[in-house]
Design a protein around this ligand. Structure first.
Ligand SMILES: Cc1ncc(COP(=O)(O)O)c(C=O)c1O
Length: 391
């Protein structure tokens, strides 16, 4: 059967191709250290699992959820923002429950944009931002995130045309793939740009909980005026190791939240109520699991940095997220280097160009395996004798 143009034009899934290469190498019986993926390796904390177990015993949770999600979860989300960021949100009108944040990233252009309208996307950036281009029948331009600007966009480089035409602009800090973080001043500049040019801001805060060296990542909503121009997408996938549960929420601008809710009224009947119950417990229960998780990632990051330094690989420390963005030796493109590491060192990494053309010259390494495996990966790379300045 002929597929719709909408579906035919969807970009091929970058991570699926990588997963295929890794699976093929494992099928050959090779011991692959997989630093290429972004799937949290730790289990969901027990108190959240218990909340699901108890909740699923109650037949009330077997019924349809309220269309727009339970009041309990929306209240928990609002209280979470108050507690963590001192941001006031009205649970009924400023929060929309999502099946994970990925769906929200696609729903926003579907709900807010018309044929041919323009969105602005970061390069490098999370590849799934592109999914909404054919689905919502919109166009996009990218703006580069450069190391010399700490991987923050330089808004002065946007053209007048881009500023005039853009309907939405996507940001993501702590950043996948670079590990960079935003500042309050940067968000002030963003809001000024949005107000002046009538651009909606979507801040993808997937790694909001993961900041290193005692740094708590700033929420976009903490900056005055944020709610007038945009929304922030929060997910429980990373903060509470709940990637498979599919639960997150959008928070902020009332009109944008209402647009998501109207679209979702026609697509879903919200999440399984027992998952909403467990998600409320995650957001409002004991948070020591979050600080332990951040410590674990920080420890792994430190191991990676030490090891890279030891073999002479000049690497900048990520300030947040669970990724490191490493420069590729001059003799290789990103893809050649990723293929080379998989073939010669049995180490899988994500080639930087998969995140956009500005990602060329880098690879992304995930901190999602144990310390010992990180050490082992760098020891294997050391044997390839690629770096000069050994310590
Ligand atoms: C930057 C970024 N945004 C959004 C997501 C989607 O997360 P989820 O759909 O699990 O909430 C991811 C997942 O890897 C991500 O890296």
């Amino acid at each position: 059967m002929k597929l719709s143009r909408r579906v035919e034009q969807l970009p091929s899934q970058f991570f699926a191709a990588l997963a295929g290469k890794v699976a093929a190498a494992i099928a050959e019986g090779r011991d692959i250290i997989n630093l290429g993926q972004g799937n949290p390796d730790q289990p969901t904390p027990p108190h959240i699992i218990r909340a699901l177990q108890e909740s699923v015993e109650n037949p009330v949770t077997h019924k349809y959820s309220p269309f727009r999600g339970t009041d309990e979860l929306k209240l928990a989300a609002a209280q979470f923002y108050k507690r963590e960021y001192d941001v006031d949100l009205d649970p009924a009108s400023e929060i929309a429950i999502l099946f994970g944040s990925k769906i929200g990233l696609v729903e926003l252009p579907l709900a807010l944009m018309d044929h041919g309208e323009l969105m602005l996307l970061p390069d490098p950036g999370y590849p799934d931002y592109l999914s909404s281009v054919p689905l919502a029948d919109v166009t996009y331009d990218t703006f580069p995130l450069l190391e010399e600007n700490d991987f923050l966009p330089d808004y002065t480089a946007l053209t007048d045309e881009q500023k005039k035409l853009a309907k939405l602009l996507y940001l993501n800090y702590p950043n996948n793939p670079t590990g960079a973080v935003a500042t309050k001043e940067f968000f002030e500049d963003t809001i000024a740009l949005a107000q002046k040019n009538d651009i909606g801001i979507i801040h993808d805060f997937a790694y909001g909980a993961i900041g290193f060296d005692d740094y708590q990542p700033v929420s976009f909503l903490q900056t005055e005026g944020a709610k007038d121009v945009g929304v922030e997408l929060y997910t429980l996938s990373k903060t509470y190791n709940m990637a498979g549960w599919r639960v997150g929420f959008a928070a902020g601008n009332k009109d944008m939240i209402e647009a998501i809710n109207i679209l979702q009224d026609h697509l879903f009947v919200s999440l399984f109520p027992a998952i909403q119950k467990a998600a409320a417990e995650a957001l409002s229960g004991d948070q020591s699991c979050v600080s332990s998780l951040v410590k674990l990632y920080e420890q792994r990051r430190n191991v990676l940095l030490e090891e890279c330094k030891r073999i002479g690989w000049d690497v900048t420390a990520p300030k947040g997220s669970f990724f490191a963005w490493l420069p590729v030796p001059a003799a290789f493109t990103s893809e050649e280097f990723a293929d080379y590491l998989l073939k010669e060192a049995n180490v899988a990494v994500a080639a930087g160009n998969g995140f956009g053309k500005t990602g060329e010259g880098y690879i992304r390494v995930g901190l999602l395996v144990e310390d010992e495996r990180i050490r082992e990966a760098i020891c294997r790379i050391e044997k390839l004798d690629l770096f000069q300045n050994k310590h």
